[in-house]
Every structure is written in C-alpha cells, then in structure tokens.
Design a binder for this molecule. Structure first.
Ligand SMILES: [Zn+2]
Length: 96
C-alpha cells in the first residue's frame, strides 16, 4: 500500500521534468503531446491502483469513501493509520 502511494507521487512529480525535457527538444509540440498523453495514462493507472488499495483492518477501500478519493494517511472508514498496516515497526524506521 505504501508502494502504491509512492508510485502515485512519483508519477505526479515525474511530470514536470519529463515535460521540461520534452519542451526543450526541437520537436517540442510533438514530444509535449506524447509526454502529456502518457502521463495522463500513468496518472490514471496509479490513481486507480491507489483507489483499489484495501484497508488491512476493516477491508474497505482505504482512500475512497463513496465517490470521493482522498489520499490521506488514515483509513477513511476506521481511521487506521497507514503505518499501522505494516507488520514490522523496525523496518518502518529503516525505510524512511
Ligand atoms: Zn479501515
């Protein structure tokens, strides 16, 4: 679940440098369109992945409550913190 959130943020922040590279090229209109198009696809996929992540405690969709998608650090249904889902607390410290 942390990986899915990380993937989502990577996709969001990868857009700016990718677009800058595209706009810096000779064929910037074409590359800009390619970067924008593939970024939209990647963003949709990562948001989809993040939406489908399920809470380990209550089994509901962690980041979604009805039609709303909120990438918070707590479950929207039982308020389980995102770090509480990890099995080893020691590994949590080394990963940060
Ligand atoms: Zn929950």
């Amino acid at each position: 679940m942390r990986f899915r959130r990380l993937l989502l943020w990577i996709v969001i922040f990868a857009y700016l440098p990718a677009m800058m590279i595209a706009l810096g090229s000779v064929d910037y209109r074409k590359w800009g369109a390619i970067v924008f198009g593939s970024w939209i696809v990647l963003l949709t996929l990562s948001v989809g992945f993040a939406c489908l992540a399920r809470c380990p405690r209550c089994g509901e969709l962690y980041h979604t409550h009805g039609p709303t998608f909120l990438p918070l650090r707590r479950c929207l249904h039982c308020s389980l913190h995102i770090k509480a889902g990890k099995k080893s607390p020691e590994g949590d410290l080394t990963n940060q």
